[in-house]
Design a protein around this ligand. Structure first.
Ligand SMILES: C[S@@+](CC[C@H](N)C(=O)[O-])C[C@H]1O[C@@H](n2cnc3c(N)ncnc32)[C@H](O)[C@@H]1O
Length: 324
């Protein structure tokens, strides 16, 4: 989460303190783009498919304010979580707002660690999650492979690394803005500032606008390499993962927008903007407990028969709290 110096722009011809000046960018971020309960349900389903039991220990890499780690510990009394982030600012915010909001027993099951995800060691986990495209920060193959290797070493037997991935032709443009209301008279603005086709580097920013007309500009900015799914799967294999599989979000039949339902796929239709989840495992498929006991794997959908479609509010869908 970059954005150390968000700028407040005052509304034209308004007096008094602009609403943007008192806004809490972390609170707005969580309201706009995070949905930990959804992520927990999806990761649990995938892990259970492979191992025949629910995952208990989570390591949330690039955790920021650790919304996922905290929700994880609260989701079951036998669950614990580690959250790792380089930046002390979101960690402190998360400790104050997310961790402290949990019952005391759940608080004790969460540990937040400031450090680099490639070097911080934690007890081996059932799941390592790197969400909201955080690993796109690594722009060289060697860096990303090193991260994947480190993540693999943090996994227990049968453990899974869970990555979300964003792509599609609409993410390869410039000067594009998507705006969405997030309640309380606030609008979330996703700006795609730059895309470089030579190195696939892209710059994005999140701004928030308020009902008095003021703007919190560059609340968060991102300078990412837009990795493709095949590149990621090749690097995961090079990093020693035994398999990786792709969960693709189904389209809603009526609206063409994301339905929030993810299915394992081997092919998918071209879409202007898509989001997928990659699960990478340490044991070859068939060696996990679930396969040994005959538990069904996720069914493949009918991707090949689905019509290509255009999503009208692409980024609403992708970064919206509800659809994920
Ligand atoms: C896009 S935010 C993701 C926050 C949260 N995981 C989410 O789902 O919204 C990316 C976070 O990664 C952190 N980060 C970047 N490089 C890192 C590294 N090498 N090790 C640990 N954290 C890192 C940043 O400080 C930032 O908080």
């Amino acid at each position: 989460m970059r954005g150390r110096d968000p700028q407040v722009a005052r509304a034209p011809r308004r007096r008094g303190r602009p609403l943007a000046a008192d806004a809490d960018r972390y609170e707005l971020y969580q309201r706009s783009v995070q949905s930990p309960e959804f992520d927990i349900a999806l990761m649990t389903r995938i892990y259970r498919t492979h191992n025949g039991r629910p995952p208990l220990r989570l390591r949330e890499d690039f955790c920021g304010a650790a919304a996922l780690a905290c929700a994880w510990a609260a989701s079951r009394p036998d669950r614990s979580a580690f959250g790792i982030d380089l930046d002390p600012e979101p960690l402190a915010w998360g400790a104050l707002h997310n961790l402290r909001a949990l019952p005391a027993a759940a608080q004790r099951r969460v540990q937040l660690v400031q450090g680099d995800v490639r070097t911080v060691r934690t007890p081996r986990a059932d799941l390592v999650a790197a969400h909201n495209f955080s690993f796109f920060i690594f722009r060289e193959r060697d860096q990303l492979r090193e991260y994947f290797r480190a993540a693999r070493r943090q996994l227990a037997e049968g453990g899974l690394l869970m990555l979300d991935v964003l792509g599609g032709s609409d993410t390869q443009t410039e000067d594009r803005e998507e705006v969405r209301r997030i309640g309380g008279g606030v609008r979330y603005v996703w700006e795609q500032k730059r895309h470089d086709p030579i190195n696939n580097r892209a710059v994005f920013a999140i701004h928030f606008s308020f009902k008095d007309g003021s703007l919190l500009r560059d609340a968060f900015t991102y300078d990412w390499r837009m990795w493709s799914i095949p590149e990621l799967r090749e690097l995961l294999a090079e990093a020693g993962f035994a398999f990786s599989e792709v969960y693709w979000e189904d389209a809603d039949g009526d609206t063409g927008e994301g339905s929030g339902v993810f299915r394992r796929r081997n092919q998918a239709p071209a879409e202007g903007c898509w989001m997928a989840v990659i699960a990478a495992g340490t044991l070859p498929p068939g060696r996990g407990a679930a396969r040994r006991t005959g538990t069904k794997t996720a069914k493949s959908g009918k991707a090949a028969g689905r019509s290509p479609r255009v999503r009208s509010d692409l980024f609403d869908h992708l970064f919206g709290g509800n659809s994920r």
